[in-house]
Ligand binder design. Structure first.
Ligand SMILES: [Zn+2]
Length: 340
């Protein structure tokens, strides 16, 4: 399978510890993830190419102008405002009280809180890195139309990024960029999010649209990140009513429950009349991550099941943070799809 990868994505590699359960843990979403995954895909014989430039109007289909300008300039402004060094990591720490009007504070410290819903650092290399990911997503989408399938090795991931919000390691919603590229040539595009965490950013971006069907299969968000969204009764609004579907699964669900959710998703994609598909692929569904309980051959079955839809398919990398799982499960999905 053709793999799009841009090494500039390695320029975002936070070192800030991650707080979980009262413990300081090393960061999970690092450049090393991409390097290990790339090595595994090369060992499996996949052809790795660098992406083309992106039509920047695609980014404005997904994110607002002011959000993109913020991301591009935030680190430089943070350094100027705080006197921090070039290698410093800018972490949001203050947020507006919900319901109060935002007074557009000029301080980048306030703007980081406004534009985020988590504690992800912005580094000097974050903007070039996330633009590299967007290029991979766009190029893979274009390639899928002529080649049938293509894979974008994107990191940091994208599906938690909303129109004006970063969080959950995500800054630009790469799956949404891919869908927007496909929409330039196709009338109806489906996004199937199979990361173990709900694709809250993707859902919100397409919430009122009927031309992009968004489906997410994930661990129940009453217990798991990203919380707040991801429930079955969230179906979209306005013109988009009926074009968002969630399949939350109980903690520990294995292949039999997962397969049923996949089949229900395929029925929706077919009745929608999708002409192209984006798969937001997270392999944190593996039992090693403690949310769902997929393993081993389940991943090649996911790949072959998705191929059975017979649609031009763009596979965009999302989560999966346990290195051995990442190296095994992602190639297994691709192998299942190609049948090689
Ligand atoms: Zn995830």
């Amino acid at each position: 399978m053709i793999v799009f990868y841009d090494p500039i994505q390695e320029s975002h590699s936070p070192t800030q510890p991650h707080v979980f359960g009262g413990e300081l843990l090393p960061p999970a979403e690092t450049a090393d993830r991409a390097k290990r995954l790339l090595g595994a895909l090369e060992r499996h014989g996949h052809r790795v190419v660098t992406p083309d430039d992106i039509d920047e109007s695609l980014l404005l289909e997904v994110h607002s102008q002011r959000y993109l300008e913020f991301l591009e300039t935030a680190h430089e402004r943070w350094r100027a405002e705080t006197g921090s060094p070039r290698e410093g990591e800018a972490v949001p720490y203050i947020r507006p009280i919900p319901g109060t009007p935002w007074k557009a504070p000029p301080s980048v410290l306030a703007q980081m809180g406004w534009f985020s819903n988590d504690v992800d650092p912005i580094l000097e290399g974050t903007w070039p890195a996330v633009m590299g990911g967007a290029r991979c997503a766009s190029s893979a989408a274009e390639a899928s139309l002529s080649m049938g399938v293509a894979y974008a090795l994107t990191r940091p991931p994208g599906h938690h990024a909303a129109r004006e919000t970063y969080g959950g390691y995500c800054f630009i919603n790469n799956g949404a960029v891919a869908a927007s590229r496909l929409r330039q040539q196709m009338q109806r595009v489906a996004i199937l999010d199979i990361d173990t965490h709900h694709g809250n950013g993707t859902q919100s971006i397409f919430w009122e649209r009927s031309d992009v069907l968004t489906i997410s299969i994930h661990g129940d968000t009453t217990e798991h990140f990203p919380f707040f969204l991801g429930h079955e009764d969230e179906r979209g609004a306005g013109e988009g009513l009926g074009y968002n579907r969630n399949h939350p699964l109980p903690t520990g669900s294995g292949w039999s429950a997962y397969r049923r959710a996949l089949e229900a998703s395929f029925d929706l994609i077919e009745s929608f009349g999708a002409e192209a598909l984006v798969v937001a692929l997270g392999v944190d569904t593996h039992e090693a991550h403690g949310v769902l309980s997929l393993r081993g051959d389940d991943y090649s079955m996911i790949g072959s099941a998705i191929r059975s839809l017979g649609l031009p398919t763009t596979i965009v990398q999302e989560g999966g943070y346990e290195p051995d799982t990442l190296e095994e499960a992602v190639p297994a999905v691709l192998q299942g799809f190609t049948g090689d």
